[in-house]
Ligand binder design. Structure first.
Ligand SMILES: Nc1ncnc2c1ncn2[C@@H]1O[C@H](COP(=O)(O)OP(=O)(O)OP(=O)(O)O)[C@@H](O)[C@H]1O
Length: 265
């Protein structure tokens, strides 16, 4: 669909509903514009449709009604799937393959030869600080390093939109804080657009330009909150009064989301 009114917009969910075949209304009337260069977090309790929304943005799931539209450029809508990469909570690396071959996978699937892909794979590994680990196997890496490899695999196709579904939930706090900073660095260096799913208020406020607070049963958007903080983020932001105030405000919105549980799912 051609769209000249909003050149900054990358993707729009317009009154998107998703009812699964078992009758669960996973998402009700979700309207959300994702603009180029934003870092948006979807924050909410279990079952509020965060992953469903992400999968719809990735083109992996069709809405039951409403729409998911890419702002048209030179490409057709179906070609946009190449512009999207997904990072999941589990790094899902192939244990029998080297880190190089794991990161090469999306290019292999796209039909690029190993030799031709080598420079791209090495650049992606360099982006996440894993240049020295190309030849090792996943079992030799820590949890944080496996997640870095997973991010490198997502970045090797040079996506415009990076979708991250609770990527750091299983990591310890120190590793999580470090990876938060590294993702922010990638985001600003590469001019990426990121949609990030988390349960964690502090993580959402630290990372995001905008937080979308969602509620469950049925999954829906309760509130969108723009985050006010320095760019680039610095460790000092985590200790600032402004950060704490925004965390308190969003925690309050999240508590509301637990109160207003609907019955029509
Ligand atoms: N394939 C499916 N078939 C039926 N119901 C599903 C399916 N996938 C998700 N659901 C249900 O839809 C609702 C939303 O699920 P979704 O995974 O999108 O939520 P979420 O916010 O990502 O949850 P979590 O934080 O626990 O991952 C939940 O009630 C879930 O049980």
């Amino acid at each position: 669909m051609q769209d000249t009114e909003a050149p900054g917009r990358l993707i729009r969910l317009a009154r998107a509903n998703k009812r699964y075949s078992n009758g669960t209304l996973a998402l009700r009337d979700m309207t959300l514009d994702v603009n180029r260069g934003e870092f948006i977090s979807l924050l909410g309790p279990s079952g509020c449709g965060k992953s469903t929304a992400l999968r719809m943005m990735a083109g992996l799931l069709e809405p039951s009604s409403g729409s998911v539209e890419w702002t048209a450029g030179a490409k057709g809508a179906s070609e946009h799937t190449r512009d999207v990469s997904f990072v999941l909570q589990e790094p899902t690396l192939m244990p029998w393959a080297s880190i190089f071959d794991n990161v090469y996978l999306p290019l292999r699937i796209a039909g690029v030869s190993r030799a031709k892909a080598a420079d791209e794979v090495r650049s992606a590994l360099a982006l996440v600080g894993l240049s020295r680990f190309a030849d090792v196997y996943p079992r030799e890496l820590s949890g944080g390093m496996k997640m870095r490899a997973s991010i490198a695999r997502a970045m090797v196709t040079k996506p415009r939109l990076l979708l991250m579904d609770e990527p750091f939930a299983a990591l310890d706090e120190m590793t999580r804080a470090k990876l938060n900073d590294d993702v922010l660095q990638l985001w600003s260096d590469l001019g990426l657009t990121v949609v990030f799913v988390t349960h964690n208020v502090w993580e959402a406020v630290y990372l995001s330009t905008r937080v979308v607070v969602m509620a469950a049963r049925p999954g829906r958007v309760l509130e969108e909150i723009a985050i006010d903080g320095p760019q680039p983020r610095q460790e000092a932001f985590r200790a600032s009064a402004g950060y704490a105030e925004q965390c308190v405000r969003i925690s309050g919105a999240l508590k509301e989301s637990l109160v207003h549980v609907g019955a029509d799912h």
